[in-house]
Design a protein around this ligand. Structure first.
Ligand code: C2E
Ligand code: CA
Ligand code: CA
Ligand code: CA
Length: 279
């Protein structure tokens, strides 16, 4: 069955049609999700490999839909992105994350950092700088404790406006990490053009460690590149002790993944920190 979907999209089969319906349902629900307090922010810890100290966490949004239950951000963020709602949702996530980070830092007795994902749409939005300024002043967080994660693909497609926006953010003292690094197309020349502080090594490279030689070589190359450019490295999706050990040998600085901790609620993260305090 081939016919025209609601947005003029040609739908070829039942699967696509269902996907389209699902997206429509998400789109409708998202409009009210914030007002109905259906969104929450979870935190996944990050650890400095050499010292074993917790450096902070990545903020990951969660949606508890009244009928569908937990909806993955991998499903609803792209919908929010299409719709433009991601600007509002992203600002809300950033505010929650920065407020929490101020609390943890007092609690932990050391300044911790929080990483917040910034979508393409937000990056292109002229209000981003103002949002970051407001969030920082409202939460009392120091700019150096906020890291913005921008996917490599957004950085690559960077227009002039993205580059200048990133420059302005870095001038404020905020740091920038390139998310999912290594998965995009790369002529790496854009790295010279954009202000970036950290590379986040994608989970797809970490998965096969320590056995997979191609992946190990890729990770070694990324870490070498980061070193030469004076950038930090964070490996994501670290699930085992063996992967963590391998990354330490390869010179990776920070890890994040199920092995250290799954994304958890604010309360759970504070408990997690209290268990780690003595380190
Ligand atoms: P991401 O930024 O690459 O985030 C990492 C994803 O990997 C998270 O999925 C996390 O739960 C998962 N993960 C972490 N450690 C492991 C591990 O050891 N093994 C495996 N298999 N997975 C691990 P999550 O939370 O479902 O988020 C999916 C994506 O949704 C994120 O990918 C990010 O692109 C996007 N996202 C999440 N929250 C936000 C947000 O607030 N704003 C925006 N713009 N995007 C967000
Ligand atoms: Ca991320
Ligand atoms: Ca990532
Ligand atoms: Ca990833």
């Amino acid at each position: 069955a081939k016919h025209l979907g609601g947005d003029g999209i040609v739908v070829f089969d039942r699967d696509l049609e269902l996907r389209h319906q699902y997206r429509q349902t998400l789109k409708k629900g998202l409009k009210n999700a914030l007002a109905r307090s259906e969104l929450r922010v979870f935190y996944q810890p990050q650890m400095h490999l050499e010292s074993g100290l917790i450096t902070g966490a990545e903020a990951l949004v969660r949606w508890q839909h009244e009928e569908l239950g937990q909806v993955s951000p991998a499903d609803f963020i792209p919908v929010a992105e299409d719709d433009g709602l991601v600007v509002e949702i992203g600002a809300w996530v950033m505010l929650q994350a920065c407020r929490e980070c101020t609390r943890w830092s007092q609690y932990y007795g050391r300044p911790l950092a929080v990483s917040v994902n910034v979508s393409a749409r937000q990056m292109l939005h002229s209000n981003l700088l103002l949002t970051v300024e407001r969030v920082l002043s409202d939460s009392g967080l120091s700019p150096s404790q906020l890291e913005l994660e921008i996917t490599e693909s957004v950085a690559i497609s960077a227009r002039e406006s993205v580059a200048s926006q990133m420059q302005a953010l870095v001038s404020m003292g905020v740091t920038i990490a390139l998310d999912d690094f290594g998965t995009g197309y790369s002529s790496l020349s854009y790295l010279n053009l954009l202000p970036v502080n950290n590379l986040k090594i994608d989970r797809s490279f970490v998965q096969g460690l320590p056995q997979d030689n191609v992946q190990a070589s890729s990770v070694r190359a990324i870490i070498g590149l980061a070193r030469n450019l004076g950038l930090g490295t964070i490996a994501e999706g670290v699930e085992t002790r063996a992967q963590s050990d391998c990354l330490a040998r390869l010179g990776c600085q920070i890890i994040q993944g199920y092995w250290l901790g799954k994304p958890m609620s604010d309360v759970q993260f504070r408990e997690f920190l209290s268990g780690r305090r003595s380190l």
